[in-house]
Design a protein around this ligand. Structure first.
Ligand code: IPD
Ligand code: CA
Ligand code: CA
Ligand code: CA
Length: 271
């Protein structure tokens, strides 16, 4: 559709800037937003590019941007949710696994998404009712039902951010039952990998809407589920996102719920 075309063009333009900056990453201005939370000139430039391109095409839409925050539009029903550089830590360490993530939210629901890794030139896109694609190939979530063969993506809290003990409990509940776990470092691509059946499932806590909005559309349009741990509530507003095919999604959601259940105090050995 014209809309997806606009989103793809904006992502490609911002992507060219990111690739240039990635080539001289050691010269980039970097500042710290909080503990282990960095933002570089590349994040800011990419966000400016997206803002310019998307504003030109759809001047009335509102915004939610990682760096620029929320901006009301004349159109109260539609807004762009953008992460100009998802995977900043990878980027700053010279690891070519990062993406631009753009979603269109309509009446609170993400309806179109583009996730672009400009280094590999992998362009993931999806639109409600149209399907999910990697470049021009139609995507379908994994059909694996055997947990023992499943490769599961996750994200773990950075130092000083998030609930690291809680994450360790979840990992202990899931890791022994699956074939492998990956922490790739860009949540948008993790969800795109679920849509592309590279991952059989994914979960992560403490993500923000800009990390997941586009990925949710990708996963859903590829026939999968992306929700909170109750298996139903929309992932966009959730603290934790769980994704996968019907079975993996349910299994992961149950395992995480179990990992979070309050545990009874250790029974004193009654004699
Ligand atoms: C981060 C990445 C990472 C996830 C973090 C996010 P950023 O986004 O998606 O995989 O574990 O929670 O904050 O800051 O690089 O855009
Ligand atoms: Ca960030
Ligand atoms: Ca992000
Ligand atoms: Ca970011």
């Amino acid at each position: 559709s014209p809309l997806i075309t606009v989103m793809i063009r904006a992502a490609q333009k911002a992507g060219r800037g990111l690739v240039r900056d990635f080539g001289e990453v050691e010269n980039l201005q970097v500042s710290r937003k909080g503990p282990a939370d960095f933002v570089s000139a590349a994040d800011l430039k990419a966000e400016d590019t997206l803002r310019q391109e998307l504003t030109r095409a759809r001047p009335r839409f509102g915004w939610l941007m990682e760096e620029g925050g929320a901006v009301e539009g004349e159109d109260k029903d539609r807004r762009w949710i953008v992460d100009p550089l998802d995977g900043t830590t990878n980027f700053l360490h010279g690891i070519p696994h990062f993406a631009i993530s753009i979603a269109l939210e309509q009446e609170g629901v993400p309806v179109a998404g583009v996730i672009f890794n400009p280094v590999t030139d992998e362009l993931y896109w999806a639109e409600r009712g149209v399907g999910a694609y990697l470049n021009d190939r139609r995507l379908r979530v994994s059909s694996r039902s055997n947990l023992a063969d499943a490769l599961i993506g996750t994200g773990m809290p950075f130092k000083g951010r998030g609930d690291s003990i809680g994450f360790q409990r979840e990992l202990a509940m899931i890791m022994p039952h699956v074939s492998g776990i990956r922490r790739m470092g860009a949540a948008s691509l993790d969800l795109a990998y679920v849509a592309a059946a590279r991952f059989d499932g994914f979960w992560e806590t403490s993500l923000n809407p800009w990390d997941v909005a586009a990925g949710i559309v990708l996963v859903q349009e590829a026939g999968g589920f992306a929700t909170d741990i109750d298996g139903k509530s929309p992932a966009l507003k959730a603290d934790t996102v769980v994704a996968g095919n019907a079975l993996m999604h349910k299994t992961l959601a149950m395992a995480i719920t179990k990992a979070r259940a309050p545990r009874p105090p250790k029974a004193a050995n009654a004699s």
